[in-house]
Design a protein around this ligand. Structure first.
Ligand SMILES: [Zn+2]
Length: 495
């Protein structure tokens, strides 16, 4: 029994037939099957799948029953790249009590918004265990796993945090001797605690599934942020392997991804949308093709994170705030605040001080640049798919403080962008279920509708192998065997 399951189990009381659930006459969608299987019966006991049968199962005494006639039963979705520690769009470190209230409402709703869109497992590649614990303390929440973050002294993403506290917030930072002159060990720190080996050992002891490194020398025109040397990266990899942890790398530009790929990381946490010297070229330029073929040949996991760039561009289109889905996943107070002047702080940061007025030309140029960048990401994913790369699902929600990336909804939008890139629906389905489970080493528990697996399942009114929009037509989310009507998970729904 894993620890998360144990917590749920103790919260929900005694073992009895009341812990059994029988789903009858349903069409089964399980990614190891070549096609949907009609008229199936699925028995769930104590939070796990106990039996899957092509003939009727006698109802255990006291068991609850769901008539699955005309419906589809699928594994719950795993989004393998989310950040649960950020209250989306709100300014950091504000003392305003109104902001604090909105934050509170956001964190209470966040796990339910993931469930609302069928996301029953998430991976947060951050180093904020207390925020992960807060997420898991909510009454209804996806199962959550995390990576430990191992940035270098003053490197990304630390440099966005005030210098006086950055190395306390991310205390599993690595001291990089190659950068020592400009980025010395913080005062009072002990070098022996910040070697690759010491940091990875601490991350392993914290219960993380993976170590995340950041190969990022700057956004836009910047390229002067300190990064890890290849020697250090190699030592991180050896240490991660020793502790049975996956090595995940933030890298989204050609030159940065090459470093990660050369050192055989297990998984790239971003698609390649910054093409450096071949930026803006049509098709797949030869250097990009070669890079993608290397990823495939080395069997390195690749999360396309197609929503990162559009999530920022969405800020330029305020009509998107009228999207009728938003009230389902965003608390009303926060959604109203997104319309205010104060909420535009990040938009101004990215698109200039007057993004809606005199800066119109700049704004259109910026939107076009973003558009091209995200098209590069779509083409790269399609190319990898054609090479036989297993697709993975990771939305990077939220990748920035933008209301464009909302929990759960953004996972669905990521799947829609994969479809737009030309990935067949069956492969998108596999990405969010069995492929993610295998990549994270969690396939004993998740990824298919098979005996023994955790009963995190979705009952759908339409078939997502026929239409991507079926992912919005969830009737019931089954979480550790407990059926939850979808609409009760919406923001503002009576609990
Ligand atoms: Zn991320």
């Amino acid at each position: 029994m894993n620890r998360l399951f144990a917590l749920w189990f103790f919260a929900c009381g005694s073992v009895s037939a009341a812990n059994s659930l029988l789903i009858e006459n349903v069409t089964l969608l399980s990614p190891e099957q070549p096609r949907p299987l009609g008229n199936r019966y699925v028995l769930i006991r104590d939070g796990r799948i106990a039996q899957v049968s092509a003939t009727a199962i006698t109802t255990p005494e006291g068991a609850r029953r769901i008539d699955g006639t005309g419906k589809f039963l699928s594994p719950g979705i795993t989004d393998a790249h989310v950040h649960v520690s950020q209250a989306i769009g709100l300014p950091f470190g504000s003392a305003d009590p109104a902001i604090a209230d909105m934050e509170k409402a956001f964190f209470a709703q966040q796990p339910r918004s993931y469930l609302y869109f069928g996301v029953t497992q998430v991976l947060d590649p951050s180093n904020m265990p207390e925020k992960v614990a807060e997420f898991a303390a909510q009454k209804q929440h996806p199962d959550i796993y995390r990576c430990g973050a191992a940035p270098v002294v003053d490197g990304y993403p630390l440099l966005f945090i005030d210098a006086s506290i950055r190395h306390k917030v991310f205390n599993d930072y690595i001291f990089e001797p190659a950068n020592a002159r400009e980025h010395p060990l913080p005062a009072g720190a002990n070098a022996a605690e910040h070697t690759p080996e010491a940091v990875v050992e601490r991350i392993a002891a914290s219960g993380a599934l993976c170590v995340k490194v950041f190969i990022e020398n700057g956004f836009g025109d910047r390229s002067d942020w300190p990064i890890m040397s290849t020697d250090t990266l190699r030592r991180v990899r050896v240490a991660a392997k020793k502790h049975g942890l996956l090595l995940a790398a933030h890298a989204n530009a050609l030159d940065m991804q090459r470093i990660a790929v050369a050192e055989n990381v297990d998984i790239l946490m971003h698609g390649i949308w910054n093409w450096n010297e071949v930026e803006g070229q049509p098709g797949i330029p030869p250097v990009i093709a070669e890079h993608l073929r290397t990823i495939r040949a080395k069997n390195i996991g690749y999360q396309a994170t197609l929503r990162v760039v559009p999530g920022v561009t969405d800020l330029l289109d305020p009509s998107l705030l009228e999207d009728p889905v938003l009230p389902k996943v965003v608390p009303a107070g926060l959604l109203a605040w997104y319309h205010t002047e104060a909420a535009q702080w990040f938009k101004r940061e990215v698109f200039g001080p007057n993004p809606d007025g005199a800066g119109m030309t700049a704004r259109i140029r910026a939107a076009n640049e973003h558009w091209e960048t995200s098209q590069s990401g779509l083409r790269a994913l399609r190319y990898l798919y054609e090479l036989g790369q297993p697709m993975l699902l990771g939305s990077d929600t939220p990748s920035a403080p933008t209301w464009g990336n909302q929990p759960g909804y953004d996972t669905y939008k990521e799947m829609k962008l994969m479809a737009q890139a030309g990935i067949p629906l069956a492969d998108i389905f596999a990405a969010g279920t069995i492929n993610n489970a295998k990549q994270l080493g969690l396939d004993k528990d998740y990824g298919t509708v098979e005996k023994g697996k955790v009963a995190n399942l979705l009952l759908l009114e339409a078939n997502p192998l026929a239409n991507i929009e079926a992912w919005t037509r969830i009737d019931t989310v089954i979480l550790h065997g407990e059926p939850i009507a979808r609409e009760t998970l919406a923001a503002g729904a009576k609990q």
